[in-house]
Design a protein. Structure first.
Length: 88
């Protein structure tokens, strides 16, 4: 009983996102998002997103210098490709 309610809620959420996307002439509903940050702010944002029926995966990577304020863009792009997210 509880399981079927959860599935119904998830389906309604997905349909709602599709309607919003179509209404604004979008073509893809973003379901996977990469947040790359080296502070607690990213973790807080993940907690907020979790309330919107999203799952999260935390990946720890080695730190490096922030040359020109681009904190290892190649690593972020590679993680984006490997995890098959829609946006970063």
């Amino acid at each position: 009983m509880i399981f079927s309610r959860m599935i119904k809620q998830i389906l309604q959420e997905v349909l709602s996102r599709k309607r919003i996307c179509k209404k604004h002439n979008g073509h893809t509903v973003i379901t996977k998002l990469l947040i790359s940050n080296n502070s607690i702010a990213a973790i807080k944002r993940l907690d907020l997103l979790e309330n919107r029926l999203m799952k999260h995966l935390v990946m720890k990577v080695h730190g490096s210098s922030n040359n020109n304020n681009y904190a290892n863009v190649l690593l972020i792009v590679n993680i984006t490709k490997c995890t098959n997210v829609h946006t970063a």
